[in-house]
Write a protein that binds this ligand. Structure first.
Ligand SMILES: *Cc1c(COP(=O)(O)O)cnc(C)c1O
Length: 219
C-alpha cells in the first residue's frame, strides 16, 4: 500500500484526542513529502543532523519532533526550529535546551522520558529521578523550556500483558504528577505507542503515538 493510504488508514483508527507523529527516520524526503501531501504535518526523527537536513528541504509549516536520544552538544542545531523533544532524561540536558532556547528567543516544549521497559538498552528516568528533577531549584529557574508530559517505550516483546503493564505504569506516574504542575511543567501529553503497540497504548491512556514502519514501510 502507498504511504498516503497507510497514513489515512491509521488516522481513521485514532481517537480525536490522540496526536500522530509520523516517524520518518532513515526515509528519504520524497517519502516524507508523500505524507505531507496527504495532510501530515508532524514528523518524528531520531538523529539531529538528519532532522536538520530534512527541515531545510521541506515546507516550513511542519512540526519536527526529536524522538531519539539527545546528545547535549547537538542541541544547538535543532534549537531554532524543533517543536517537541521527547527523550529528555537528565537535568543537564534540560539546562542545555533552556540555554539554546533562550539564544533563539524561544520556549522549547519537552517530554521527560520514563524508563518502563525491562530492557537494559532503553533510556529514561525512574520515578525517583523524575521527582528529583522537578523538585530541584535549578529546574524551577528554567524559563525557556516547558515540560508538557512524559514519553516511554515498552519492551520489544509479543507479551501483551507485559506491554500493557508498562504503559499503565507510565500513565500512573503521569496521573500522580498532576498536583505538581508549575509554570514550566504543564501536563498534557503521554507519548507512548509505536507501530506494533499503539492501539494498546491508546487503551492505556496515550495521547500521542509515534508510528514509523506502518506508514513508511520497514527500515
Ligand atoms: C523508530 C521509533 C518509533 C517508531 O517505530 P515503528 O515501530 O517504526 O513505528 C517510535 N518511537 C521511537 C522512539 C523510535 O525510535
Amino acid at each position: 500500500m502507498s504511504i498516503q493510504q497507510n497514513l489515512l488508514n491509521i488516522k481513521s483508527t485514532l481517537p480525536e484526542h490522540v496526536t500522530l507523529v509520523a516517524v520518518s527516520k532513515t526515509k528519504p524526503v520524497v517519502d516524507l513529502m508523500e505524507a505531507y501531501t496527504a495532510g501530515q504535518r508532524i514528523f518524528g526523527e531520531n538523529k539531529i543532523q538528519e532532522m536538520v537536513d530534512k527541515w531545510e528541504q521541506m515546507p516550513k509549516d511542519i512540526e519536527w519532533h526529536m524522538i531519539g536520544h539527545v546528545q547535549t552538544n547537538k542541541v544547538k542545531y535543532m534549537a531554532p526550529f524543533v517543536s517537541l523533544i521527547h527523550g529528555i532524561d537528565s537535568l543537564k540536558l534540560l539546562e542545555e535546551i533552556d540555554k539554546q532556547a533562550k539564544k533563539n528567543n524561544r520556549i522549547i516544549d519537552c517530554l521527560l522520558q520514563i524508563y518502563i521497559a525491562e530492557e537494559e538498552s532503553k533510556f529514561g528516568l525512574d520515578e525517583e529521578e523524575l521527582t528529583a528533577i522537578l523538585s530541584s531549584s535549578t529546574f524551577k529557574e528554567l524559563k525557556n523550556i516547558k515540560i508538557l508530559g512524559l514519553m516511554g517505550m515498552a519492551t520489544f516483546t509479543d507479551n501483551q500483558n507485559q506491554i500493557q503493564k508498562e504503559f499503565t505504569h507510565l500513565k500512573s506516574i503521569f496521573d500522580r504528577l498532576q498536583s505538581r504542575q508549575t509554570e514550566n511543567f504543564k501536563l498534557q501529553t503521554v507519548s507512548m505507542g509505536m507501530s506494533g503497540d499503539y492501539q494498546l497504548a491508546i487503551a492505556c491512556g496515550s495521547t500521542m503515538v509515534r508510528i514509523g514502519s506502518s506508514i513508511f514501510g520497514g527500515r
